[in-house]
Ligand binder design. Structure first.
Ligand SMILES: [Zn+2]
Length: 489
């Protein structure tokens, strides 16, 4: 008799597990295909090409900004977008950052902001011969626009302006004010660009209903088991600090060493840190899987829909993938180590740098506490160093009108594809905007395959002309949605 009961209980549990997996679906936003939008793709590609030809490079360090390139880009934008420059108020902030204000008909509504950065990373001159076209040629060939910034992120900047100019030609009047905010030093932290724009907004007491910045994209084959396209929208962004571990010891002759040298003490501290990672927060990635829903392979749905039961398996699966592991915890990477000056002298000191990316939920303070506790050795001094001391961002909601309006713009452009929230591992200008908005979304309207990912900051950066046409279409949908009903319904 007890066996029958046990068997029955097992069957019931199995049935619950399978039913939950079968019912695992993405929250549905009713999808109505929009009538096709005509875009002058050739002209848009020409404009992107021209923008790429200005080497608006952020070198960082003591290098001055490329004044001539930024001025050239600004003049070129004025020529390319005459209607927009007639219709909007333009503010130049801190010499090179741009803010264009397109006034809405309803002054009671908070504006929305479309971000992009004007600057690009340098292209290493020693690799110029590996580029199919010179990185600042802006060549258009074989269906692609080539050059630095075509993916990161002059396509975002030109795409948004192209959409606005197209809408203005149709005499479109937004209800809600739209701001275009283009910083000029995102690649080196955004403190002179985005941060100054945010200060300007704060001085004018302007808060934004929603903000869109670069970030996620439409991924092709980005998830195991999902063959088609899937969009990811960054609803949060990791923080960033560097921590210095420092050990001092007595110098002396290497023939009579103590039990541990400064290098040995430092090495065992690092080894303990690697053995004790920050705790996993599985809840941070569940919205991503929820957003992919029924598109995930059944085996994944089985585990994720029943994560109450399969927590351990799920954690191990995620930890095995560096990208996913970085999405569920604050990551700590030892990136520099120095110590010693000569083969036969005991080192007087040794130090190491830890590059740390904070997951929302962890703070700089509790990461430092974790390190001190895990190292558990007073000889190791733990201090914040480096130029970045950024807490993790706030988390924007992955539901509600602004998110839905964005999701609809994606689906009206790329078809009925999943669009799921995710954690952005890198940093963007958008983190400065948490001071002026609760709805910050990071999404670059472009289709990316894994080979495209290597081109960002790499060699042969390019975007296909056809894909760029969709970038413009996406912005037309988004401007319509966000400046009118917000959710696009
Ligand atoms: Zn970028």
């Amino acid at each position: 008799m007890p066996y029958i009961i046990l068997t029955l209980v097992i069957i019931i549990i199995l049935a619950v597990i399978v039913i939950r997996a079968l019912q695992f679906r993405a929250p549905s936003v009713p999808f109505e295909p929009a009538p096709p939008i005509k875009v002058n793709i050739d002209q848009a590609a020409q404009h992107l090409s021209e923008a790429v030809s200005f080497p608006t490079i952020s070198f960082g360090g003591d290098s001055p900004a490329e004044h001539e390139a930024f001025n050239g880009l600004h003049q070129s934008l004025e020529k390319m977008y005459p209607l927009l420059h007639q219709k909007t108020k333009k503010f130049t902030i801190n010499r090179h950052s741009l803010l264009l204000l397109w006034e809405g008909s309803n002054p009671d509504l908070d504006p929305v902001i479309l971000l992009a950065h004007q600057d690009v990373v340098p292209a290493d001159p020693t690799t110029f011969n590996e580029w199919t076209h010179h990185p600042f040629s802006g060549a258009i060939e074989n269906g692609y626009i080539w050059g630095r910034g075509t993916l990161d992120c002059k396509n975002q900047l030109i795409g948004a302006l192209e959409a606005a100019e197209t809408l203005l030609a149709e005499e479109f009047q937004p209800e809600r004010t739209i701001l275009f905010a283009f910083g000029h030093d995102e690649e080196i932290g955004g403190n002179n660009g985005a941060q100054k724009i945010v200060t300007w907004l704060q001085e004018k007491e302007i808060r934004a209903e929603a903000v869109l910045d670069e970030g996620g994209a439409v991924l092709e084959g980005g998830f195991p088991g999902i063959d088609g396209l899937a969009a990811v929208i960054g609803t949060m962004e990791k923080g960033h600090i560097d921590v210095r571990l420092h050990v001092t010891a007595t110098a002396g002759h290497a023939s009579t060493p103590p039990k541990q040298t400064a290098i040995g003490i430092l090495a065992s501290a690092i080894s303990r840190i690697e053995a004790h990672p920050m705790p996993a927060q599985l809840n941070r990635v569940l919205p991503l899987f929820q957003g992919l829903g029924e598109n995930l392979p059944f085996s994944y749905r089985l585990i994720i829909a029943n994560h109450w039961l399969f927590k351990g398996i799920l954690r191990r699966l995620l930890e095995a993938n560096p990208q996913m592991n970085a999405s569920i915890r604050t990551s700590i990477a030892a990136t520099i180590m120095h110590g010693g000056i000569k083969e036969n002298i005991l080192p007087r000191e040794a130090y190491a740098n830890l590059n740390i990316r904070l997951l929302p939920g962890d703070t700089i303070e509790n990461v430092l506490n974790h390190l001190t506790q895990v190292i558990d050795d007073e000889r190791v001094e733990v201090t914040l160093s480096g130029e970045f001391q950024d807490e993790a961002s706030t988390v924007s909601p992955s539901s509600g009108p602004a998110f839905e309006g964005l999701k609809r713009a994606i689906q009206r452009t790329y078809g009925d594809i999943p669009a799921a929230p995710y954690i952005m591992l890198g940093a963007s200008d958008s983190r400065h905007y948490t001071a002026v908005s609760d709805h910050i979304y990071r999404f670059s309207p472009m289709v990316l395959s894994s080979s495209d990912l290597d081109r960002i900051h790499g060699i042969d950066e390019r975007e296909s002309v056809e894909d760029f046409g969709n970038t413009v279409r996406f912005f037309i949908h988004l401007i319509r949605n966000w400046s009118m009903s917000l959710d696009g319904n």
